[in-house]
Design a protein around this ligand. Structure first.
Ligand SMILES: Cc1cc2nc3c(=O)[nH]c(=O)nc-3n(C[C@H](O)[C@H](O)[C@H](O)COP(=O)(O)O)c2cc1C
Length: 336
């Protein structure tokens, strides 16, 4: 009830501003209202995945804390893991504002942020400054001006710089807001990317005597055949996990609503079924050889259970937090 009152106020503010206001308020740990969210005890429900031990199955999805500036405060919401980023080798401003739109009647969000971030070096420093001891994933991408043929190099630069500071690394090849990025999910570009990142991981493993798992984050707009191909390659190259899914370019479920024709990726409830379907197809094809991290439209205990039942080992939330508040995390942890 309480969050829905705060939400009324937040929804009066432009979405990107509201997002930063919320993060700043969480940062003020002693701010009375937010103590409310930190009070209830969070049960420990440990689970192993990618060779790591997670406090629980529910993680914070990428995009909420792109620069890793709020790691400590976000970790207090009860998440079993937090994924920061997407970060690119060099800083970049992203697309022009406004670039985030709430589709309130559908419980959706359209965003075309375009990897606005302060670069990998800044993110590494922020991780070093935080005293968070839990699982921290770092989601990496390519710079806007890097040609798609050369993009592997951007991922390798980020892997090298983040390797000693991340619990796992997520390779984002599915944001719809960076021109041609999604091409990396297909054919020779995909194979070559997997080959090069596994080679880099092996070299860094030997150098640092530490194995850092690597997950690939994919789009919900892939066909069954494309998912079969991806699954085959993920098994062949021994990737550590797949994150399904990013936002969708399919706006059909929100047609007629205000902002529905804004360009960008759609998340939240209208994505729920599509991402679950992607997870089911992956699950069938991966045959438990590679774990799936399920994300897309998780807004309730049932939605979380559905993702797990369709084959996800871990789950992540973004839009559900915007519409239902931080208590959603604890509610789900208690009930799955
Ligand atoms: C405003 C916004 C920004 C996002 N930024 C990123 C990002 O930088 N990297 C990424 O991999 N996913 C990003 N996402 C996608 C989410 O991580 C998640 O995959 C997607 O929103 C589906 O989950 P949800 O329905 O719970 O929001 C973003 C989503 C939103 C709404």
């Amino acid at each position: 009830m309480f969050y829905y009152l705060i939400r009324k106020l937040l929804f009066l503010i432009e979405p990107e501003r509201a997002h930063f206001l919320m993060l700043k308020l969480l940062y003020m740990k002693n701010f009375q209202i937010f103590n409310f969210f930190f009070k209830t005890r969070i049960p420990s429900k440990k689970i192993k995945c990618m060779g790591l031990t997670f406090k629980n199955k529910i993680g914070m999805a990428a995009g909420i804390d792109k620069n890793g500036e709020y790691i400590n405060s976000l970790s207090k919401l009860g998440f079993g893991f937090i994924e920061i980023g997407t970060v690119t080798p060099l800083p970049q401003t992203g697309n022009l504002k406004p670039r985030v739109f709430r589709i309130i009647p559908a419980e959706g969000i359209i965003n075309r942020m375009g990897f606005n971030n302060l670069g990998i070096d800044n993110l590494v420093n922020n991780i070093k400054k935080s005293n968070f001891k839990g699982i921290i994933g770092v989601n990496i991408g390519k710079n806007e001006h890097t040609k798609i043929e050369n993009s592997v190099n951007d991922y390798l630069i980020c892997i090298e710089k983040i390797y000693c500071h991340a619990s796992y690394i997520a390779i984002n090849i599915s944001s719809p807001n960076t021109l041609n990025l999604r091409k990396l999910q297909y054919g020779i570009l995909f194979k070559n990317l997997l080959y090069e990142i596994k080679k880099k991981q092996k070299a860094l493993h030997q150098k640092h005597l530490k194995y850092v798992p690597i997950a690939i984050k994919i789009s919900p707009d892939l066909s069954k055949q494309e998912l079969m191909y991806i699954s085959k390659q993920l098994i062949k190259y021994k990737l550590d996990a797949v994150i399904a899914t990013n936002t969708t370019l399919d706006h059909s479920l929100i047609s007629g609503f205000k902002h529905s024709s804004e360009k960008g990726g759609l998340s939240g409830l209208p994505l729920q079924k599509k991402s679950t379907n992607t997870i089911s197809i992956l699950s069938k094809n991966l045959q438990k050889k590679i774990p799936i991290i399920g994300v897309g439209g998780i807004n309730s205990i049932n939605a979380a259970k559905e993702k797990l039942a369709s084959g996800a080992t871990l789950i992540q939330i973004y839009s559900g937090l915007v519409y239902h508040g931080p208590k959603l995390v604890k509610k789900i942890i208690h009930n799955i």
